[in-house]
Design a protein around this ligand. Structure first.
Ligand SMILES: Nc1ncnc2c1ncn2[C@@H]1O[C@H](COP(=O)(O)OP(=O)(O)OP(=O)(O)O)[C@@H](O)[C@H]1O
Ligand SMILES: [Mg+2]
Length: 327
């Protein structure tokens, strides 16, 4: 972020919010059980289970090809695993029209909602947003237009907006634009509002993707290697941004190779290797776990050396093959 400022509070959803009690991490937001994903003879995910507390940052780390992005794809409807379940407990923003918040969301009961089998669009509507390992913006559209695409996911008027320009529709359009500007401000891109997304610097494009994802008012934000290609100062800004997002009650599931960045924001880490969970624990526990050191963090002498902390885009991060996200 420019000037390394701590972002301003995340703007409220389009409709007016009612203050909610601070979330407790003891309550789950996500409960993944025994997810197995195969492509022909290759097993990308092999009985993966993990649990995330509401309001927390959970990091997923592991070597290239471990299955991290595949896990995101299973949670967001891009892939359908052959086996397993992923329950999600959304927090709908409580509004004056809907003071109950989440409980009023369609189909949300005690057991949460099942993500496996939902289409990407229905996953987004229930309150999960993501960014992509290979940035996916509309490069010709301006920064603010890209964010508007996200904000419109939750808008009421939908496709009718262009057809029936009632007063309510016009008001909603103004609110969408206003919220999109606030989100750009939040991620430190106020000075890039009218710039085509494709002309922004790499780190700025990553922040723009985060703004667009936040536009959908998610309860859970999935970030796939948001620091890939970032400079040291951009990484510090990203840490501040992730903390600010969590301060707003949004839980974050984070794929990241930079173990120092992970330790700065996440209390819990899940380590994947060859599609399996090989360790779960705090950053301290993970750094000293022999299986993790051997599979991922260790150098040839077996010492944990933060090797992953030095990875940048083009190494760990951004394959150009565009494979991720495809069915
Ligand atoms: N659509 C697909 N078709 C075939 N194989 C796939 C597909 N998507 C993922 N895989 C395979 O699944 C395995 C896990 O890939 P995935 O992209 O999830 O790893 P990752 O942990 O995100 O790795 P990286 O750190 O390189 O991003 C790899 O062997 C990959 O080749
Ligand atoms: Mg990946």
């Amino acid at each position: 972020m420019s000037g390394a400022t701590v972002p301003r509070p995340l703007p409220a959803p389009i409709s007016r919010t009612i203050p909610q009690p601070r979330p407790s991490v003891a309550d789950p937001i996500l409960d993944v059980r025994d997810v197995t994903l195969r492509f022909g003879g290759l097993t990308s995910l092999d009985g993966v289970s993990l649990r995330q507390g509401r309001g927390s940052v959970l990091a997923v780390i592991g070597p290239n090809g471990a299955g991290k992005t595949s896990l995101f794809n299973c949670l967001t409807g891009a892939y359908r695993p052959q086996q397993g379940s992923a329950r999600f407990w959304p927090t709908a923003p409580a509004t004056s029209a809907n003071p109950a918040g989440a409980s009023a969301l369609e189909g949300v009961g005690e057991g949460g909602v099942e993500l496996v089998g939902r289409s990407p669009h229905r996953v987004a509507r229930v309150g999960i947003a993501r960014t992509f390992q290979n940035i996916r913006l509309f490069p010709e559209m301006s920064a603010v237009e890209n964010v508007q695409v996200g904000v419109e996911v939750r808008a009421r008027a939908g496709a009718l907006r262009g057809l029936v320009p009632t007063r309510a529709v016009r008001r909603e359009e103004r609110e969408i634009l206003e919220r999109s500007h606030l989100l750009l401000d939040f991620v430190g891109l106020r000075h890039r509002v009218r710039w085509p997304a494709g002309s922004l610097a790499y780190g700025e494009q990553r922040r723009l993707e985060i703004a667009r994802a936040l536009g959908t008012s998610p309860s859970l934000l999935l970030l796939d290697e948001p620091a890939a290609g970032a400079t040291a100062s951009e990484r510090r800004d990203l840490v501040a941004l992730i903390r600010a997002i969590v301060d707003q009650g949004v839980s974050v599931l984070l794929i990241e190779h930079d173990i120092r960045l992970v330790a700065a924001v996440a209390r819990s880490i899940v380590v994947l290797n060859f599609g399996r969970v090989i360790a779960t624990g705090s950053p301290e526990q993970i750094r000293s776990d022999p299986a993790v050191v051997e599979a991922y963090l260790g150098d040839s002498d077996g010492r944990a050396d933060d090797r992953a902390g030095d990875r940048t885009a083009g190494q760990a991060g951004d394959r150009a093959d565009g494979r991720e996200g495809r069915r």
